[in-house]
Design a protein around this ligand. Structure first.
Ligand code: ZN
Length: 490
């Protein structure tokens, strides 16, 4: 047993004496640290470095991340499961357009139907100021059954695509208006693809000629795992859930997004311990394939019965909590389920008590909490910023550099260990610990369910006054047919 393990064991022993009072949140917030979270970040960085540079869905780097988190939690005595879910990845088998003796590479749009040797005349939409953005752009020539070539710019790809479909085109190709390939996502009725600016210009010179379009792809289905760990104490019908996505993008190791949230949550779980004695059970979750469209959390939410949904009091989300040029933001999306405002206030009050001047941010459901708010479950979270550019006023109160993005390495290869602000990480792991433990004590502000201590007081009061004690006359008699329903042990 190493010294470090001994320290962890002491912390665990300390955690087990947490009493169900408001002090629990202060105790836990003071036990967690940036150093503790940083050790897990180092683990994630090394996993990425030894697994091809990333920890993305469907990769061995993700699997190793799951094994690390689940292993640490099992050692700490949590009830851990790693349920699987399906993730799909599109593999392109062919993408080209042939005309005369030449051929050009195409990048199939996301969700495009295949085109197996589609031969048709090439019709080029005139390159005016808004090419393909108006139905009238398709008026001068017959697009029926044609391959329509449209230049990017001025309106959405979907608008151009839809206008071409309405004009009767059999396939749509959009050429870039800047250098580089063009990869788009359009839910297509007809085949669609992108082409480079140079190839698009070359193709446009061949308007009216017969072209042959070849687009073929297939889906690879992979099973990834979520990590679900619940405390062995507390009410299982009023669970406090806290989650972070464990996958990175393919571009890099994903230390801020979202090694930071994953590491913070693991630090909190290990310091809280599996038997914290809080009135409510706490369920920690690490989601897979968030970057592929919240796939892991959506699959988990879809697998819950309505009764299991009701067992969840609220959901707290931690996605990017160590940004290098950090801000202190609390989710404040409009229209979140009842109870979410209380969560927003809990984080805001905590930051205000630390004189951090938090700001609200509409995250637009773009992380795993969206899978829970869709079910009406109250949710909230914190984020230290991504592409937002820090204002001078924000730099004055938060430090860092005005005029620079809060995370310039967002979704890039440089989101490595050097991309973490450890002061922000330490503040945010404490904020998360405080709010998780506070709701572990009571969720009354969110859903009216008081703490065990408060309920005990109510019960003593009721017993003393005899007001609420059931009597044979006060309750309807139970018919023999419903006797099993009336007996919880049955
Ligand atoms: Zn993220």
């Amino acid at each position: 047993m190493t010294v470090r393990t001994a320290t962890a064991a002491l912390a665990l022993a300390g955690a087990t004496v947490l009493v169900p009072t408001a002090n629990a949140s202060a105790d836990l917030a003071s036990q967690v640290s940036a150093e503790g979270a940083n050790r897990h970040l180092i683990a994630f960085q090394r996993i990425a470095d030894t697994h091809g540079g990333n920890r993305a869905a469907m990769t061995t780097g993700y699997d190793a991340s799951v094994d690390y988190v689940a292993g640490r939690l099992r050692e700490a005595g949590f009830d851990v499961t790693t349920p699987t879910f399906e993730v799909k990845r599109k593999v392109n088998d062919a993408g080209r357009i042939a005309v005369g003796g030449s051929a050009y590479d195409l990048i199939p749009f996301g969700d495009t139907p295949n085109a197996e040797g589609l031969t048709a005349p090439l019709r080029v939409v005139a390159e005016d100021g808004t090419p393909g953005c108006e139905a009238s752009d398709f008026a001068g020539q017959d697009f029926t059954g044609s391959v329509a070539l449209i230049r990017r710019g001025s309106c959405t790809f979907v608008t151009k695509y839809t206008n071409a479909v309405n004009a009767g085109a059999a396939a749509v190709i959009i050429s870039n208006n800047a250098d580089g390939p063009l990869d788009l996502r359009i839910p297509g009725k007809i085949p669609g693809a992108g082409v480079t600016k140079a190839d698009g210009t070359a193709l446009a010179a061949k308007a009216g000629q017969q072209v042959t379009v070849e687009l073929r792809h297939h889906d690879v289905v992979h099973l990834d795992r979520n990590v679900i760990a619940q405390t062995r104490t507390g009410r299982e019908d009023n669970v406090v859930m806290a989650g972070a996505h464990l996958d990175s993008v393919e571009a890099g190791p994903g230390m801020n997004d979202n090694g930071s949230g994953s590491a913070a949550l693991l630090e909190i779980a290990l310091k809280m311990g599996a038997r914290p004695g809080l009135p409510n059970a706490v369920r920690f979750t690490w989601w897979g394939a968030e970057e592929a469209g919240l796939v892991g959390s959506k699959a988990y939410a879809a697998g819950l019965t309505f009764e299991q949904q009701l067992d969840i009091a609220l959901y707290l989300n931690f996605d990017m909590v160590g940004s290098p040029n950090p801000g202190y933001f609390v989710y404040n999306d409009p229209g979140l389920p009842y109870g979410s405002k209380h969560i927003e206030k809990a984080f805001t009050d905590y930051y205000n008590a630390k004189n951090l001047g938090p700001e609200g941010l509409n995250v637009r459901g773009a992380s795993d909490y969206g899978s829970f708010t869709a079910l009406g479950i109250p949710a909230g979270g914190i984020i230290s910023g991504g592409g937002e550019v820090k204002t001078p006023a924000q730099a004055a109160k938060w430090g860092g550099t005005a005029g620079v993005e809060m995370d310039p390495c967002y979704h890039r290869a440089c989101d490595h260990l050097g991309n973490i602000n450890r002061e922000a990480l330490g503040r945010n792991v404490a904020a998360a610990a405080h709010v998780i433990a506070a709701y572990g004590v009571t969720t009354e502000g969110v859903n009216g369910v008081p703490s065990r201590a408060e309920r005990a007081v109510d019960q003593r009061r009721a017993t003393a006054s005899n007001r609420w004690l059931p009597t044979s006359n006060a309750r309807p008699s139970v018919s023999p047919n419903s006797s099993t329903d009336a007996n919880p042990a049955a």
